[in-house]
Design a protein around this ligand. Sequence first.
Ligand code: ZN
Ligand code: MN
Length: 155
Amino acid sequence: MIANTEPGQSEDIQHRLDEMLSKLKEHGFRITPQRLAILKVLAVSEGHPSVEKIYEQVRRDFPTTSIATVYKTIHMLKEINEVLELGFPDGSNRYDGNNPFPHSHVICIKCQKIFDPDLESLQDMTAEVSASTGFEIMTHRLDFFGLCPECQREE
Ligand code: ZN
Ligand code: MN
């Protein structure tokens, strides 16, 4: 979904944030105000932010935050499967804390925008892979690369 101004969205974000918080508490992680600020950025995470982007945003409210705190918080969330890491060969990893479950992405090779496409056939695809290989599928990674509408217009 690309739209991010639908009614009810702020409740969704609050719900997602509450989910993250209760999972962290369950695992005995302490929530500092800085960590909370990082979680908030990730709960919204429409643009699949990088560590640097998260750092930039959190520093506006908490200027003393270190980038190490951002890395540590993400690591913490990864351990309990509450954030999805999109790794790239050049090390420019991006994060989806809004939807931590495996899903596909569409990535603009020019401006590096990343969206979650609606992909109805993903379940069928998973079943097909399982049927044709005998694998029990646990997760998947499916990325589409191309030019976003804005970048196409600039071409
Ligand atoms: Zn683009
Ligand atoms: Mn995503």
